[in-house]
Design a binder for this molecule. Structure first.
Ligand SMILES: NC(=O)C1=CN([C@@H]2O[C@H](COP(=O)(O)OP(=O)(O)OC[C@H]3O[C@@H](n4cnc5c(N)ncnc54)[C@H](OP(=O)(O)O)[C@@H]3O)[C@@H](O)[C@H]2O)C=CC1
Ligand SMILES: O=C1OC[C@@H](O)[C@H](O)[C@H]1O
Length: 372
């Protein structure tokens, strides 16, 4: 039987975590902007990790930062982003700004000697990604992490390990779907060309990241791509997109591996089953699916099907009660700062550039401009 009865407990403990006692000298985080994602991605997880404290926030409008600070118990409010970055009060910066501002503020934070937890997608295109990594290399003592939180959950680790199991054999095809219903207004940053919007930048950052992760390789080319929904207000903003990619053959094989990605920011309410995102991995003999890979802490399922016998088995790995993908990500970030050790799932520098290269390639195949 599934663990459905526990879903309420999981929701409750994730959103009402019991604060833990802090270490003597926790890593001090500052936040740029009062973004909607921050409570879930940083404030709540920081309550769960002893070695982290959120100590500062800045917003374009100081009153907005003050209101955010009051609501979340943050002791310092700065007049602007730059003053926060330059302050000794903070050691690490969380950047949940619109995509088009990630490059500039990540660079400024590194230049100010701060560790950076940078929302996905890291920057606007592969040229910027390469420049950011070159800068990061000049600061070897600073940690820079692109926030693909889903990679740090133990269910993701388990799925990844299963796809490498000799029992199932090498992967031949992988696919990823992430469809969000039309919940964002047309004015949202996700649809703003000037802020590097588009679904391939947003939900597509996950699908492209995950198929490359599973195959452990970079695509040779995008064989086909189509926008199935465009923004009504800007002809360069994709709202729903699919693409097929070709990857190099596995070791010892001549057959290229392939991937399908499907991502949307406006998937119809009439097809609610499509809102359950998944990663799928095919081998000659088995199909492995990881349902709800983005928010596995509420519910997920790993299903393995033997193609010859149709025998199916299931796995679930919930990990620590109340811990979300963001808690695991924050734990990994602090560990890297403290010890230099990178947890399984860590986004390497090469991968960060690869993420943006893959996004650029899809836009190129779609006949759309790369984001700037
Ligand atoms: N990891 C995850 O699960 C998720 C990641 N994200 C990523 O986080 C980032 C932020 O997303 P989200 O929280 O939804 O965004 P919001 O629109 O809620 O927040 C963006 C913040 O950027 C600041 N900002 C600075 N300049 C501008 C500008 N010109 N226009 C608009 N905002 C500006 C605003 O801060 P100020 O308060 O200073 O005005 C605002 O609070 C995106 O990169 C997104 O991809 C988003 C959701 C989930
Ligand atoms: O996790 C997410 O889901 C919704 C998206 O629009 C968001 O940007 C993404 O990070």
């Amino acid at each position: 039987m599934t663990s459905y009865p526990n879903i309420f407990t999981r929701l409750w403990t994730a959103f009402k975590p019991t604060p833990v006692r802090k270490t003597e000298n926790p890593l001090r985080f500052g936040i740029l902007g009062a973004a909607k994602i921050t409570p879930v991605a940083l404030i709540l997880p920081a309550n769960q990790i002893p070695d982290v404290l959120v100590v500062a926030v800045a917003a374009r409008d100081k009153a907005r930062a003050e209101a955010f600070a009051k609501k979340h118990g943050i002791p310092n409010v700065f007049d602007d982003y730059q003053s926060l970055i330059e302050s000794d009060v903070v050691e690490a910066i969380y950047i949940p700004l619109p995509n088009g501002l990630h490059f500039e503020w990540a660079k400024r934070a590194l230049e100010a000697g701060k560790h950076v937890l940078l929302e996905k997608p890291s920057v606007s295109n592969a040229t910027q990604a390469a420049e950011l990594i070159a800068l990061s290399a000049k600061h070897p003592n600073l940690i820079l992490l692109e926030a693909f939180h889903y990679r740090f959950h133990p269910a993701a680790t388990r799925f990844y390990d299963l796809t490498r199991s000799a029992t199932y054999g090498p992967l031949t095809h992988v696919s990823a779907r992430l469809f969000i219903p039309p919940i964002f207004p047309s004015t949202d940053i996700r649809f703003d060309w000037s802020l590097a919007g588009g679904t391939t930048m947003d939900t597509g950052a996950y699908t492209l990241n995950s198929v490359r992760w599973l195959l452990g390789a970079e695509p040779v080319r995008v064989t086909s791509a189509a926008v199935t929904k465009f923004s009504k207000t800007h002809d360069q903003i994709d709202v729903e997109t699919t693409a097929e990619l070709e990857f190099p053959p596995a070791a010892g094989s001549d057959t290229p591996r392939t991937a399908t990605v499907e991502h949307s920011l406006g998937s119809s309410w009439l097809s609610p089953s499509r809102f359950l995102g998944f990663l799928r991995a095919e081998t000659e003999t088995h199909t492995l699916i990881y349902w709800n890979f983005i928010a596995p802490y509420f519910w997920h399922s790993i299903r393995i099907t033997d193609k010859a016998t149709n025998v199916v088995s299931y796995e679930k790995v919930y990990g620590t009660t109340g811990w979300t993908t963001y808690t695991y990500q924050l734990e990994a970030f602090v560990k890297a700062v403290r010890t230099g050790e990178k947890a399984p799932g860590w986004i390497t520098d090469e991968e960060l550039v690869g993420n943006m290269t893959a996004i650029d390639l899809v836009y190129e195949k779609l006949g759309l401009l790369k984001r700037e």
